[in-house]
Each structure stands twice: as structure tokens, then as C-alpha cells.
Design a binder for this molecule. Sequence first.
Ligand SMILES: CC(C)(COP(=O)(O)OP(=O)(O)OC[C@H]1O[C@@H](n2cnc3c(N)ncnc32)[C@H](O)[C@@H]1OP(=O)(O)O)[C@@H](O)C(=O)NCCC(=O)NCCS
Length: 127
Amino acid sequence: MFRIAELPGFVAISDGRDEIEGLVTYVAEDDRCEVVSLDAVEQGAGIGTALLERALEAARAAGCRQVQLVTTNDNMRALRFYQRRGFRLVALNPGALERSRELKPEIPQIGLHGIPLSDELVLARDL
Ligand SMILES: CC(C)(COP(=O)(O)OP(=O)(O)OC[C@H]1O[C@@H](n2cnc3c(N)ncnc32)[C@H](O)[C@@H]1OP(=O)(O)O)[C@@H](O)C(=O)NCCC(=O)NCCS
């Protein structure tokens, strides 16, 4: 379990408006290098790409040779987004969301596009 507010990360802030447009958090210590969260308020405006590249740069500077991240089986946009940016699928954790719901019961049963939310997919990119 991660507490996002306690992790290092970067925010995207729009010019002159002081509004947060996106957030990436990551872990880069010892042998654990992972992008933990990535969110863009407005999608398709390049914010996710910029934040991801910034986090990968920080991970590289911390000595990481590879970065992992986890997404869910319903997140088609994320799967497209990461694979087009050099990430490859490295693991499938079937039923992982059922176990996560024991800690976080508010995780919905049905995810994006009406797809039952049940599995985790692990992606990795060499740095
Ligand atoms: C996944 C996510 C982080 C991607 O962020 P994003 O800001 O929408 O991504 P970008 O805008 O950088 O790139 C998305 C697409 O928009 C296009 N794009 C980039 N800049 C653009 C611009 N200025 N104008 C229009 N389109 C643009 C890119 O070409 C890209 O297309 P591609 O995937 O075919 O290459 C975002 O959709 C999101 O916040 N999703 C909800 C949270 C989530 O699922 N996070 C990931 C969980 S693991």
C-alpha cells in the first residue's frame, strides 16, 4: 500500500493560472523503481507525457535502470498510452483487485467502459 501524499512527485501547473493540471508520484529507492500514480486533469493535452518523462528522468537520476508501474484491466487508455511510450507488459496479476478491495472496499466492481475491474497488469520500461 502506498500513501500518495508521502511520495516524491511532480505537479503540472498551467501558465499564469496557478492551477494543478496533473500529478505524477514515484518511488525510486533501493531496488524499487515504480511510477505509482499518474493523473492529468485535462486528457490529451500532453500533460501525462510531460509528467511521465519527468518522473522517469528523476528515477534515472536516482540510479534506476528500469521502472515499473501497475494499471488495471479496464484502463484501455493507459495501456495504449504506456505501450506507445516504451513500456512493455511484464506481468498479469489475475484477481488482484479482489484482494485490494479487502483493504480499500470503495474500489468499484465495474471500471472504465463497463469492464469488470478485477486484474492488475504490470508494465516496465528500461531506462
Ligand atoms: C493516462 C493519462 C495519464 C494520460 O495522460 P494525458 O495527459 O491524457 O496524455 P497525453 O496528452 O500526454 O497523451 C495522450 C494522447 O494525447 C496526444 N496529445 C499529446 N499532446 C497533445 C496536445 N497538445 N493536444 C492534443 N493531443 C495531444 C498524444 O499524442 C497522446 O496520444 P497517443 O497515446 O496516441 O500517443 C490520462 O489519460 C489520465 O490521467 N488518465 C486517468 C488516470 C489514469 O488512468 N492514470 C494511469 C493509471 S496507471
